[in-house]
Design a protein around this ligand. Sequence first.
Ligand code: IPM
Ligand code: MN
Length: 356
Amino acid sequence: MSKEYHISVIPGDGTGPEVVAEGIKVLENVAEKFGFKLKFTYYPLGGDHYKATGEILSDETVKSLGASDAIYLGAIGHPDVKPGILEKGILLNLRFLLDQYVNLRPVRLYEGVDTPLKDKGPEHINFVVVRENTEGLYAGAGGSLKRGTPDEVAVQESINTRKGVERCIRYAFEYCRKRDKAKKVTLCGKTNVLTFAFDLWERAFHDVAKEYPDIEADYAHVDAICMWMVKNPEWFDVIVTDNMFGDIITDLGAMIQGGMGIAAGANINPGGVSMFEPIGGSAPKYTGKGIINPIAAISSAQLMLETLGEEKAASLVEAGVVKVLRDDIKDVAAGKMGFTTKEVGDLVVEYIEKNC
Ligand code: IPM
Ligand code: MN
């Protein structure tokens, strides 16, 4: 009997539904080719659902999402809803409640894609950021006093547990071992200022590194990493970092690899349910125009296939992405591709059809 995976789909806000539709088209196509089945269940979570029903994310929904094999998410964030409500209520809550403790974000310049970095090509830009995804400044610890008065005090604390930090670092080393690259893990921190949090990170890093003598354990401060991601991106193989720094450096990563339209991401719980999402957000100004680039969503679907163990299907999807970026689309930016969102999805499917 062929394997069947239950995939929960959250198309979400803005351009989310448009790009997710293309990812699903590609997934359905490779599933048929490689002889596994996919059962999709849709959840209407997001800004419109919140405005219509007042519901953000119910316990029941979390339970049923947690019972699936993987979650495929488009984007969360609505122009009519105060920033933070949906992002924290849906996206961060799911990451936390489903213990998706790694946010995996590849930064890879594909052939045919322009980078703003002069003199850098695909051979220089190919690394992965492993961002801790359940702790740090995102944990919501802190509070405010005398809010709105001249004596107001606001405290936002970064929570770093030995267990949480160690499991993320271990994931980075394991991931590095599987990558066919320089075999180097760089810890991105700020040990010269954040002397409590990154003291813990640094000690955990060196302890875990001892278990991986085949991998070089490297360290750089986050500000220097920003400089080197621009100046010498070829120095990096796997970068591991905390939640906040990971958020920031992966937007920089998305830019040096050519843009948000092709930046994929995965929220991973290695022992549980993982969630795959393009990192670009809901892009309200492009919504409904059919001009947004679906490659980030298609590459996120590829990460999903990899995580489900469907390696061959994942490789073929990636090969399709490589081909379409190299030979077909003119530019990765929304509206400049020379094709519609749907046509780009079709091009990837066409490649799969021909090469299977
Ligand atoms: C991301 C996003 C989110 C984050 C927001 C929408 C809460 O920027 O996935 O990087 O900060 O993690
Ligand atoms: Mn971000």
